[in-house]
Design a protein around this ligand. Structure first.
Ligand code: NAD
Length: 252
């Protein structure tokens, strides 16, 4: 449990996309430990169900491709039918390909924007009918949306877009009492990242970071917990860097 004596998300229903592994699974695990009924969504139902079984606490796993508006809508409707409503939506799913500019194809462009931006737009749209005042939407952005890096043109564009849509959604939904925030992690050694970055690149990232380590999935999950619950009740439209200070460094 967190800093409070009671479970912070007791009685809440929380949906996490891309939740069968990595940051999504860590967030779902912490939310369940803090009393939430958690619904995990991932591309394949059996991936989401296996993660839900690991988590326990009555967690549910559903299959949906978040870039498919009809599929994510059906999944969120099913989650609300089963759990009564949705209090927290974490838009975490992402498909990523690092390509230098000449190698970017229309297929890569469409998939990255479709999952990384479309998935959030359709997710918010589908969750809203099931959310009440007090609801919290958390979009997982990235420090890559604020800093430049070769091969990350599309990823940076998508993640900068996440910050932008977060601000506008917070303005549109504020009067309904629904908060919308983003988290911008620096590197966390999840399966997804280790498939892309070599051990040498991870070491370089550590040496560039003022706090001299990578982020952990728990660093991100604890921040998501704070944004999900009442302790951050007047915080909306923010993109919170969880980055060990790397966003403020100038290498020399
Ligand atoms: N790990 C990092 O260093 C890091 C840093 C900054 C931001 N992020 C962001 O955090 C989030 C999670 O990252 P991760 O490292 O845990 O990723 P990961 O690749 O380990 O896991 C992503 C999950 O999303 C699922 N997914 C992919 N496409 C989907 C789709 N269309 N519909 C539903 N599910 C889908 C995958 O199956 C997988 O389970 C992503 O948005 C990523 O961009 C990660």
């Amino acid at each position: 449990m967190g800093t409070g004596s009671a479970a912070e998300l007791a009685g809440k229903v929380a949906v996490v996309t891309g939740a069968s592994r990595g940051l999504g699974k860590a967030i779902a695990t912490l939310f369940a430990a803090e009393g939430a009924r958690v619904v995990l969504i991932d591309l394949k139902p059996h991936w989401a169900q296996a993660a839900a079984a690991d988590i326990g606490h009555d967690a549910i796993g559903l299959g949906a491709d978040v870039s498919d508006r009809a599929a994510i809508t059906a999944a969120l409707d099913a989650a609300a039918r089963e759990c009564g409503r949705i209090d927290v939506l974490v838009n975490n799913a992402m498909w990523n390909s690092y390509d230098l500019i000449p190698d970017i194809t229309p297929e890569i462009f469409n998939r990255m924007t479709g999952v990384g931006l479309g998935g959030i737009v359709w997710g918010i749209q589908a969750a809203l009918p099931h959310m009440q005042s007090g609801g919290s939407i958390i979009n997982i952005g990235s420090m890559a949306g604020r800093l430049g890096s070769a091969g990350a043109l599309l990823y940076a564009a998508v993640k900068a877009g996440v910050d932008g849509l977060t601000r506008s959604a917070s303005v549109e939904l504020g009067a309904r009492g629904i908060r919308v925030n983003a988290i911008a992690p620096s590197t966390v050694a999840t399966e997804g990242v280790m498939a892309i970055l070599s051990p040498e690149q991870l070491e370089r990232r550590i040496s560039q970071t003022p706090m001299a380590r990578l982020g952990t999935a728990d660093d991100i999950a604890q921040t998501a917990l704070w944004l999900a619950g009442a302790r951050s009740g007047f915080v909306t439209g923010q993109s919170l860097a969880v980055d060990g200070g790397i966003g403020h460094t100038l290498q020399r």
